[in-house]
Ligand binder design. Structure first.
Ligand code: NIG
Ligand code: FE
Length: 419
């Protein structure tokens, strides 16, 4: 039997617990469930108890000697961060495109000329399963060192049966072999592959009739995502794909209104998507529809910064009653980063979320966006013991000292993975 771990005397423990609303919007996004002189008892991979140090001392009085003690005096402690939107499994690298964009090319110019997502698709098709495993594992290691303990990952750099399955199988193997929890999304509709150019609807048919049945039969994904954008998939095509996925039990997600307003937010609400992503150019009506349907806005301020675009109107969305989550969008083109702490900083700086809202968006609401709120995203008895100890004293300081990795220690399922 492994020893229980007892973290005590945390200057501030942000539990994110004890709040019924799920996912959280408006004022609920500021309720961090703070405990001063906080304490956590972890055992058997789970959080067993949370409270003040005095409360846990009393509760475990006859077992204190058994525990491995972590003195968190002067430190902030939070749940492990959750990244609800990544394209973490890919081959190759696109640093030349970064230069091209700085020289004036746009993201869509590059993609339409056969680069962008198409370039990564070529490199991912060429990579062996083992190479993809190794590259992805390195990125997941980096996520852990940034305090991220759960990561959603999308396929979508295959766009044929063989390589879409290869990406999803890599995620399945990494879920077994890597400490991070990986949550898989099928995104065969990431772009129309070059060999289907001008025959977009045929690709949609192929995806619905050939890809979805295998993905579902092999239980390789929980969500189904579409890049609904002018020049990629129309709202009509996106709706067909998402509706077909639902019949196979895949929950809809949608890359919406990133580059132009295109009715993506409205469609997300209409098909009952769990989340809509990006939303830089979402319409007022679309945002209102999302608030009404309870669709989570998964906002990606690092992508906006990297593409030198104005970030999504996060402040306004929260005020309108939309539950907001945030994510790195980790991918080789528009956001090659694994830093959720930076994303929290940017959520404050470029979208005017408060420090408390940014933490909720990166933990509890992020867990809701991938249907994991029963297991992760807050520190409560019975949830996974995914915990971060930070080199700052409080959550405001975490968001204020920006661009720095303040992680000191990370536990995943009660095992220390970052020391
Ligand atoms: O979420 N917008 C579409 N897809 C990704 C980018 C993928 C890429 O450029 O490789 C995104 O930003
Ligand atoms: Fe994305």
């Amino acid at each position: 039997m492994t020893k229980p771990i007892w973290i005590k005397h945390a200057a501030q423990l942000a539990t994110l617990a004890q709040y019924e609303q799920s996912p959280r919007s408006k004022e609920a996004m500021s309720e961090l469930g703070l405990v001063e002189d906080g304490s956590i008892w972890m055992e058997a991979g789970l959080v067993q108890a949370v409270g003040t140090t005095k409360e846990l001392e009393e509760r475990y009085a006859d077992r204190l000697h058994e525990a491995e003690v972590v003195d968190a005096t002067g430190h902030l402690v939070t749940p492990g961060l959750v990244d609800p939107h990544t394209h973490v499994v890919y081959g190759g690298s696109r640093e030349r495109e970064f230069e091209m964009r700085l020289e004036g090319a746009t993201y869509m110019d590059i993609m339409n000329a056969g680069g962008g997502i198409h370039a990564t698709t070529r490199m991912t098709r060429e990579a062996s399963e083992q190479e993809l495993m190794e590259q992805t594992a390195r990125r997941l290691d980096s996520f852990l060192t940034h305090g991220v303990t759960t990561v959603e990952g999308k396929s979508g750099y295959g766009m044929n049966v063989e390589t879409e399955l290869k990406q999803l199988r890599v995620m399945k193997r990494l879920q077994e072999e890597h400490p991070i929890d990986l949550v898989p999304t099928f995104m065969g509709a990431h772009a129309v592959p070059n060999d289907y150019k001008g025959r977009e609807d045929e690709y949609v048919d192929h995806l619905i009739n050939e890809m979805l049945p295998i993905v579902s039969k092999e239980k390789l994904a929980e969500f189904n995502d579409v890049f609904c954008e002018k020049g990629v998939f129309t709202p009509e095509q996106s709706e067909r794909i998402l509706t077909a996925g639902k019949k196979y039990g895949l929950i809809p997600k949608i890359h919406a209104d990133e580059i132009e307003p295109y009715g993506g937010a409205e469609l997300a609400a209409k098909v009952g998507a769990i989340s809509a992503e990006h939303l830089l150019k979402a319409s007022q009506e679309g945002i209102a529809a999302m608030a009404k349907s309870g669709t989570i806005a998964c906002l990606l301020p690092a992508t906006a910064l990297y593409l030198r675009e104005e970030a999504a109107p996060g402040r306004m969305m929260i005020d309108e009653g939309v539950a907001v989550a945030i994510s790195t969008d980790c991918n080789p083109g528009s956001s090659p980063t694994t830093s959720m702490p930076l994303v929290m900083n940017l959520a404050c700086i470029s979208m005017r979320l408060t420090p408390a809202e940014a933490l909720t968006a990166a933990t509890y609401n992020a867990a809701c966006a991938i249907n994991r709120q029963d297991k992760v995203g807050s520190l409560e008895a019975g949830k996974q013991a995914d915990v971060v100890l930070w080199n700052v004293e409080n959550y405001q300081e975490l968001q204020y000292l920006f661009g720095v990795n303040h992680v000191k220690s990370v536990w995943k399922n009660g095992v220390q993975v970052v020391k």
